[in-house]
Design a protein around this ligand. Structure first.
Ligand SMILES: NC(=O)C1=CN([C@@H]2O[C@H](COP(=O)(O)OP(=O)(O)OC[C@H]3O[C@@H](n4cnc5c(N)ncnc54)[C@H](O)[C@@H]3O)[C@@H](O)[C@H]2O)C=CC1
Ligand SMILES: O=C(O)C1=N[C@H](C(=O)O)C[C@H](O)C1
Length: 240
């Protein structure tokens, strides 16, 4: 496949290496300083675009791909307020749009464990849940996209919480699930769900040791998406 990389930073570079090692070619490596290179490309020659840029750039890049009939796989976080407009565009264009806050298979298993645990916690009282995420200091958004997905998983399953708040930014009520964001180098991504009580604590965590798992997952989805249409997610890609 001929793959266009929209965003060629820490993630774009690893994705490019993995894609080439799996026999794909790279149609272009677009960054903030060479966006005009897009005009030189013939969209018909591009099989799929992979977008890992930054929050302010995602909407423009995704719209460009959908308007040029290019299936797009998006990992950029911190732009979710604009996602409904992109989903509408994808459906209008009969395009292929895939977003995941986290492409690592391990994290997607962790998402399921999180939901199962939240459901179990309805059976008892006295535990207060919270989420902590730890990332490198260059990360632009907080909380992480993964922490938001985890929070949504808790809210869907635990009756005592109906919203989430970012610690230090907004004060939450008793029914709000607090997320704490820490920025410590070189953390590629750690997420912890804690249920604390006076008697004991229950904790589950996922720790990424590198960015390899995120990048491999994105390439695997890019290999899968060209025959698919619509608004897609890891639930469509994974069989569990
Ligand atoms: N969904 C997932 O599994 C993962 C998502 N991410 C997310 O991916 C994004 C990128 O992460 P990193 O590569 O670590 O960041 P980075 O800061 O290393 O790279 C971002 C790149 O985007 C480029 N960029 C800025 N504006 C652009 C534009 N208009 N068009 C194209 N490129 C543009 C910058 O020049 C930069 O090279 C972040 O939002 C991060 O949260 C990161 C890891 C995993
Ligand atoms: O910015 C990162 O690095 C990461 N971002 C994603 C997120 O916001 O959840 C995924 C991963 O945790 C790494």
């Amino acid at each position: 496949m001929n793959i266009l990389l929209l965003g060629y930073g820490k993630m774009g570079k690893i994705i490019g290496e993995i894609a080439e090692s799996r026999g794909h070619s790279i149609a272009g490596k677009i960054n903030i300083d060479n966006q005009d290179d897009l005009k030189q490309l013939d969209p018909k020659t591009i099989d799929v675009a992979i977008e890992f840029s930054q929050p302010e750039a995602a909407f423009g890049n995704i719209s460009w791909a959908l308007n040029n009939d290019i299936p797009i796989v998006v990992g950029t976080t911190g732009w979710l307020d604009q996602k409904p407009s992109i989903e509408k565009l994808a459906l209008e264009q009969n395009g292929s749009f895939f977003y995941a806050s986290n492409f690592s298979i391990g994290v997607n298993i962790f998402f399921k464990v999180n939901e199962f645990l939240a459901k179990l916690m309805n059976e008892t009282s006295g535990y207060n849940p919270s989420i902590e995420e730890i990332h490198h200091t260059a990360k632009k958004d907080a909380p992480s996209g993964t922490a938001i997905t985890l929070a949504e998983g808790v809210l869907r399953n635990l009756k005592s919480k109906n919203s989430w708040n970012l610690a230090g930014e907004t004060k939450g009520s008793d029914s709000s699930l607090e997320i704490t964001s820490k920025r410590i180098d070189p953390a590629p991504g750690t997420h912890i769900i804690r249920y604390k009580s006076d008697i004991d604590d229950i904790e589950i965590s996922h720790t990424a040791h590198s960015r390899q798992g995120f990048a491999l997952g994105a390439v695997m989805v890019a290999e899968w998406i060209p025959t698919k249409k619509g608004v897609l997610s890891m639930d469509d890609f994974l069989s569990f």
